[in-house]
Write a new protein. Structure first.
Length: 209
């Protein structure tokens, strides 16, 4: 992913949260700087990530509080902020799902790729979806599932059951759409990316179709 220079600041002395934030920011291609609580934040920084206890020492217009349990959600919010996508104010989100031995998932908000991941099983995918809807609070969720040899009837049913049961408890309209994923894998192979990166690339292609 394209890196955006110095748009995020990590401000914490909590070692575990610091290392988890840095790992997640690097995975998502977000450039960041590190500051100690109380230090000045450069004007170019769009969002600061810190802990609840240290937030009072941070002087900045956009501060996201992070706990050990909310690292991925916090980084997802930071990514949305950097890309100009307001979280918590969203009409619709689109999620592309690429079935396979590992499952690619991509989250699209207002035409912008906010997050792309690769998971080992549907339980991890469903947790991703829960966090996505809790963060963006959309009125509608469109799940686009790639049609391929890996798309089993059981896989499709589980996606539909999750959408029609658990997601609807959030009070939103949900829809599952099967999408022809022809050439998505071919494109990823031409880019010579690894399997998990291929999953992400294919999921993005599916979501944008």
């Amino acid at each position: 992913m394209m890196k955006v220079q110095d748009t995020v600041a990590v401000v914490t002395l909590d070692g575990e949260i610091y290392h988890n934030l840095v790992r997640s920011l690097k995975e998502k291609g977000l450039s960041f700087i590190v500051r100690k609580p109380g230090e000045n934040i450069p004007l170019g920084v769009k969002v600061v990530l810190t802990t609840k206890e240290e937030a009072r020492l941070v002087k900045h217009h956009t501060v996201l509080v992070c706990s050990r349990e909310s690292v991925e959600e916090t980084v997802r919010k930071a990514l949305a902020t950097v890309r100009g996508v307001p979280f918590g104010v969203c009409e619709e989100i689109i999620v592309g799902i690429d079935p396979g031995k590992t499952i690619g998932v991509a989250l699209i908000v207002k035409g912008v790729v906010v997050q792309a991941e690769s998971y080992n099983n549907l339980s991890e995918v469903f947790q991703f979806l829960r966090q996505a809807v809790e963060t963006s609070k959309p009125k509608r969720v469109l799940l686009k599932v790639g049609k391929s040899g890996f798309l089993s009837e059981d896989f499709r049913k589980k996606i539909e059951e999750f959408a029609n049961s658990e997601l609807k408890t959030f009070g939103m309209e949900t829809r599952v759409l099967l999408v022809d994923e022809k050439n998505t894998t071919t494109k990823a192979r031409k880019m010579k990316v690894k399997r998990r990166e291929k999953d992400k690339t294919s999921a993005i292609e599916i979501a944008l179709r």
